[in-house]
Write a protein that binds this ligand. Structure first.
Ligand code: CMC
Length: 426
């Protein structure tokens, strides 16, 4: 199968790649060479595939999301987050023995060097936890230098395990710093998710008992966030990693990319928006009008998606889960009502219908995080915790496929050659 491009009377024949779900992609990698400089231009990469990947499939028109072929609905209902992490990273669901070994390897690596505390100490208490987590993830390299050179399978496995073990510690520490609590070292007798909860919530003078409702809700949220193919942060991880920078700094870059309010930072922005609407008397119509006003920079946070043009399957699961978790925990949160009201209005509004704007994963997730007692500034860190196995699997795939360094082209639109004018003559 081929496609043809015609330019200035010449035809260029390009191979077409077919994916396992019958998606076609025109492979333009030979175009610049054979045409003497012709490139394609695609702002925001709306139509550009950056790689071939066997990890996550999503169909934005049909609202389908699958990890390694398994539907997100089935995984969210039946799997543990660690099983899903294994699935994403190694391609298959683990057997009991494989999962036990994986978890045991992680537990052995679950302490971070005590000197890391000095770096954490250097941050002001008011520092946003996303900045702290990104910096500390980068700083981990200094204490684990062997994780950078991963030419053997064994070296790659070791750095993956180290990161899965230490990243939750850093996230929990960022929260404890932010909330003025002493640091916690976790408990290796607990499951992976329960240990995260313990590291976040254990009070220095009380025993910590895991609440199964909280544990199961967090498990589900982490699974729903675990991968989402070539989004902004994942593409960042792959492109940083393509220079053969190590895993930890590639993930640190991914954390920074995720922080933005158009990406993972939207979950914090949604709660802040819902709170602002509540404070403003709950007038959702006013905010709907603002979102539609092209002169107003306000956007309805938690709405719209680059790929989903029907519905976001994660949002459906999270909305149902928000109802269940709040009921189980006996919490009444007025912003849940505001969120549901906004969703109803948006789904009936021509502006949103025309642009195919639906609630995304971030619209209801913050309401659950809040019910679990997680501070607002930690919401995007929770997204990062969930996305970690996805980033790792994409980075591993990129290295194993021996992808070339990521280096896009451009169309230059600046000044043509001009002579230098000395300072005193300008
Ligand atoms: N509120 C109001 N209008 C919107 C919104 C919104 N949330 N999202 C998109 N639009 C409009 C936009 O103004 C544009 O209108 P027009 O065609 O008249 O110029 C049209 O819809 C298309 O928007 P776009 O910005 O070109 O679409 P995109 O694919 O580049 O952006 C997005 C996708 C997610 C960045 C965007 O929908 C947005 O900013 N949403 C709010 C932030 C948000 O919730 N982000 C979380 C995304 S899901 C979690 C994750 O994986 O990151």
């Amino acid at each position: 199968m081929t496609a043809k491009i015609e330019f200035e009377g010449k035809q260029y024949e390009l191979p077409v790649v077919l994916g396992s779900e019958n998606e076609y992609g025109i492979d333009i990698s030979s175009l610049r060479g054979t045409s003497g400089g012709l490139i394609t231009l695609d702002r925001g990469f709306k139509n550009t595939g950056s790689c071939e990947s066997a990890i996550t499939f999503l169909d934005g028109e049909k609202g389908i999301l699958r990890y390694r072929g398994y539907s997100i609905e089935e995984l969210a209902d039946n799997a543990s987050f660690l099983e899903v992490a294994y699935l994403l990273i190694f391609g298959e669901l683990p057997t009991e023995t494989e999962l036990e070994k994986f978890h045991s390897d992680i537990k052995k690596e679950s302490l971070v060097d005590e000197e890391m505390k000095k770096i954490l100490d250097g941050f002001p208490r008011s520092a946003h936890p996303m900045g702290v987590v990104s910096s500390l993830t980068s700083a981990l390299v200094a204490f684990n230098p062997t994780t950078v050179d991963v030419r053997s399978e064994e070296a790659m496995y070791k750095s993956i395990v180290k990161l899965l073990a230490k990243f939750p510690v850093l996230c929990a520490w960022a929260m404890r710093k932010n909330t003025g609590q002493p640091l916690d070292y976790g408990d290796t007798s607990l499951g992976y998710v329960d240990n995260i909860l313990k590291m976040m919530f254990k009070k220095a003078n009380e025993e910590y008992k895991v609440n199964p409702v909280v544990s199961s809700a967090l498990n589900k949220l982490l699974i729903l966030h675990a991968d989402h193919e070539q989004n902004c942060s994942t593409s960042t991880v792959r492109i940083v990693g393509s220079s053969h920078a190590g895993l930890f700094v590639s993930i640190s870059a991914g954390v920074s990319a995720l922080w933005g309010p158009l990406h993972g930072g939207a979950n914090q922005a949604v709660i802040e928006m819902l709170e602002a609407i509540k404070e403003d008397g709950g007038d959702t119509k006013k905010y709907m009008a603002k979102a539609k006003d092209k002169e107003d920079p306000f956007r309805l946070m938690g709405f719209g998606h680059r790929v989903y043009k029907n519905f976001d399957p994660r949002a459906r699961i999270i909305k149902k889960s928000a109802d269940e978790v709040l009921t189980d925990l006996g919490i009444e949160d007025p912003v849940l009502g505001i969120a549901k009201g906004l969703e109803k209005e948006a789904l009936e509004d021509q502006y949103f219908v025309d642009r195919k704007l639906y609630p995304n994963v971030d619209f209801y997730s913050g309401i659950i995080y809040r019910a679990l007692g997680i501070p607002t500034e930690m919401f995007t860190v929770m997204f990062a915790l969930g996305r970690l196995p996805g980033w790792i699997s994409q980075w591993k795939e990129m290295r194993q496929q021996k992808e070339p360094i990521g280096r896009p082209r451009q169309i230059y639109t600046g000044a043509n050659h001009r002579a230098f004018v000395p300072l005193n003559e300008r």
